[in-house]
Design a binder for this molecule. Structure first.
Ligand code: HEC
Ligand code: HEC
Length: 236
């Protein structure tokens, strides 16, 4: 830009506008730095970043717990349940599924009072008719399929009173018989279990984190379609 002096028109000078602009910019940075900084801080972006970080940490936690559970399982449980958790040909329960038809039928007909610390009310013997008990046990063992003759009998026999309509258990009343979750596995470990297969010792001295990691590992073995759901929603 060129300025012409009106008294001495021969005298003119130029102003280097770009340099001035740069100087003003740096001065304002020096003076207003905190204000500038606040303007440029994008709260939403920061929140999104923290959320992503949280997700990554959770995933790492899950993988870490599952591996810790695997190590503990190999040390303490594989002797009976086998390295793969399949139960060594019927020697102990097959942990790749919630419960076998045989075990479910046995409890339905004989009741159960293994998990007294977690479900003090116990389960009374129900469904004396062996044919009906068989159908209902099949329904439970198959993981509550949407179409099954046992569905109606489950409702009629009022199993939902204690196990809930979806079979996922009610706190202090009855365990989840649809799939393994943390509280059900905790109940089994704290109390042990004697059933038609045999006797599972209690591990009452295990810490919460030991139980949690074993639960993560056992759930990772599950072959049912619910596995992904449980993996993502494991709750205490
Ligand atoms: C009065 C409450 C109650 C009712 C009703 C009830 N249950 Fe139970 N059920 C329990 C409790 C408590 C347990 C845990 C038993 C134990 O401590 O060994 C259990 C355990 C079970 C188990 C074994 C779970 C395991 O891991 O060993 C199955 C299977 C089962 N119930 C199915 C049924 C079915 C099917 C019905 C309906 C015919 C039914 N229950 C009705 C309370 C009930
Ligand atoms: C001495 C052998 C033995 C050892 C060791 C053992 N279990 Fe078991 N477990 C059993 C038997 C037997 C059953 C089946 C009981 C029945 O229903 O008859 C069982 C059942 C289970 C069940 C299913 C219970 C149900 O409600 O259906 C789980 C879960 C389980 N064990 C986890 C474990 C874990 C985790 C360990 C290691 C900390 C372990 N077990 C160690 C013998 C054992």
């Amino acid at each position: 830009m060129i300025y012409i002096n009106k008294y001495y028109p021969d005298f003119y000078y130029t102003v280097p506008m770009k340099t001035v602009a740069v100087l003003i910019f740096f001065c304002s940075l020096a003076v207003n730095f905190p204000v500038f900084a606040e303007d440029e801080f994008d709260m939403e972006k920061e929140k999104r970043y923290l959320k992503t970080l949280e997700k990554i940490m959770k995933k790492i936690d899950k993988e870490y717990l599952t591996e810790a559970g695997r190590a503990l399982f190999l040390e303490k449980c594989a002797f009976c349940h086998g390295k793969d958790g399949k139960g060594r040909d019927g020697f102990a329960a097959n942990l790749t599924r919630r419960i076998s038809k045989k075990s479910a039928k046995y409890t339905i007909q004989n009741g159960g009072h293994n998990f007294k610390k977690s479900f003090p009310g116990s389960m009374p013997p129900m469904v004396p008719d062996p044919v009906l008990a068989d159908v209902i046990a099949d329904y439970v063992a198959q993981g509550f399929p949407p179409v099954h003759p046992g569905k109606k009998i489950f409702v009629k026999a009022q199993c939902a009173r204690c196990h809930g309509t979806e079979g996922v258990g009610i706190r202090f009343r009855a365990p989840n018989i649809r799939y393994f979750d943390l509280s059900t596995i905790a109940a089994i470990l704290r109390n042990g279990k004697k059933g038609i297969i045999g006797r599972m010792p209690a591990y009452a001295h295990f810490s919460n984190s030991q139980i949690t990691s074993l639960a993560y590992f056992i759930i990772s073995l599950s072959t049912s379609g619910k596995r992904a759901y449980i993996r993502n929603n494991l709750r205490q």
